[in-house]
Design a protein around this ligand. Structure first.
Ligand code: THU
Length: 134
């Protein structure tokens, strides 16, 4: 991915992070997905007073992407609210897998703009996929 695209993804994730609704954890997360048609869609975490109903930033970005008519993720960025990388939770790894091949980069960015890149295949080996439903 070129630097301009990465910067745009990070910027979208951080813009979305500003809208995070996290009054219970105080942990504000942003995410952005890049689609196969080079669209960038963002999302933030949305918590609920009924705690288990909270939604992660990755899930919001994916929901935004699908709502806009896109079904292929080619990269995803996750913006943490501190100096540690925010790796996607197990549930979000499965949600990413639904729309991504193993080689898709997952890029974590800190508040200080440090980045760490891995792939969804590294984070979710032997994932259960649509092709497993026979
Ligand atoms: N959270 C995310 O949005 N993404 C992650 O990858 C990890 C956790 C959110 C969920 C909850 O609103 C808050 O962070 C604390 O767990």
């Amino acid at each position: 991915m070129d630097k301009k695209t990465l910067d745009a993804l990070i910027s979208t994730a951080k813009d979305a992070q500003k809208h995070s609704h996290a009054p219970y954890s105080g942990f504000h997360v942003g995410a952005a997905v890049l689609t196969s048609s080079s669209e960038i869609l963002g999302g933030c975490n949305v918590e609920s007073a009924a705690y288990p109903l909270g939604q992660c930033a990755e899930a919001s970005a994916i929901g935004n992407m699908v709502t806009q008519g896109h079904k292929r993720i080619t990269a995803i960025v996750i913006a943490s609210p501190n100096d540690d990388f925010c790796f996607p939770c197990g549930g979000c790894r499965q949600k990413i897998v639904e729309f991504a091949t193993d080689d898709v980069p997952v890029i974590m960015v800190t508040q200080q703009d440090e980045t760490h890149t891995t792939t969804i295949g590294e984070l979710m080996p032997h994932a259960f996929r649509a092709s497993d439903i026979k």
